[in-house]
Design a protein around this ligand. Sequence first.
Ligand SMILES: Cc1ncc(COP(=O)(O)O)c(C=O)c1O
Length: 439
Amino acid sequence: MSLSRRKILVGSGIAASSLAMGNASAQAAAPQPFAPHNWKSVRAQFLLSPRFAHLSNFFFASNPAPVRDAITKYRKAFDENPYSFLDDNMFQLDEDKLWPDVCAAAAEYVGGKPEEIALTSSTTMGLALIYNGLRLKPGEEVLTTTHEFYPHHESIRLAVEKWGGSMRKIPLYESSLNFSAEEAIARICAAVRPNTRVVGVTWVHSGTGVRLPIAELAAALKSLNRHRDESNRILLVVDGVHGFGVVDEDVAKMGCDFFSAGTHKWILGPRGTGIIWAKAENWELLQPTIPSLMAKETTDAWRQDRPPVGPTHAAWISPGGFFAYEHQWATIEAFRFHRQIGRTRVQDRIAELNSQIKEGLARMKHVTLHTPLDPALSAGFVCFDVKGYKPMDVVKIFRDHRVIASGTPYAVPHVRLSAGIVNFPKDIDMALRVVRSLA
Ligand SMILES: Cc1ncc(COP(=O)(O)O)c(C=O)c1O
């Protein structure tokens, strides 16, 4: 008997999972219906401990109920009959395959097409697959910034070492607090050299909280590209993880060439999930790194003992081996959750709460704020220092007062608070009280 999605009512949210659990347990759980326009109801979808003010949720998502329910449902089916459940939903009839539904949900969120999405396990994996796959010619350069996080710099370093290219890092600002988008774009454009083939940037800097205007940067690079051949076009690669699920912008319309983001941070999806988005003509530029189980042509070619006939598609880049599919497939529910609440409302709520943090800190003389006050130049992070304290000591003090903060893991560390849709103004009041007490 087929264990396809039709049989297990996949994708119909809490109601379906209640059915799958049986009437008795569904009644015992008696979940309140989700009211997406009510922030209390949004918060009630999470199991976050009420003992703490969770101001570091960007790091690794707590999953909302529909995501947890979908994971549980798929996990149960795997545990009951792993062979048939995987075979039916991954390798048999196209209409029963679940990964294309994940691509479709991601595509809807980014304002693109399902065939533009590759499924990864993290931002890091996506960046590595992009840079390792770009067939750089010896002597070609990747221009990046000093503000990237480790996985971006390291993906570039490993790739240029392999391809015989080089990397160069430039600062986009001296003072993150006084960040100027125009200046940052001008600095990048001025730094481009004839051998610059790729520009690699991060949408929202996790070390300072600065948000780059990707669409404007893409437009500026497009102007530079007018003087170049297609084969020498400057490609824009974006580590988008801290804008994805925060900023109300269609990624597919920003004008970048490759966009990598984990869906286990602000998208609130299952842990160990992520996507790469790119247009069809850009996927053609990549050489796959990891054998895919989603690409018919590459597996057919292997069986027929011939090289695959290109061009490369997104599915060729989605890595195989078996994944934690209960997580990968439940990502659909995370995108649905965002859609139910509304991308604009999510953005505005995150901006409002983080502005409350910034404005509170800006009034404290013993605090140095590093994140721009303007919500258009920042997103869900607030980075700062407290006079006389090491950042990690402040994080410990926060923890002692039941506030979950983080330290930025960069060469120059700062204290970091980050409010998301699970928070309320009272969480921020709690955090500000702690900082005030350190004067
Ligand atoms: C800017 C940035 N990029 C990438 C990552 C790594 O993300 P992932 O765990 O999805 O690989 C982080 C981690 O928080 C980050 O801050």
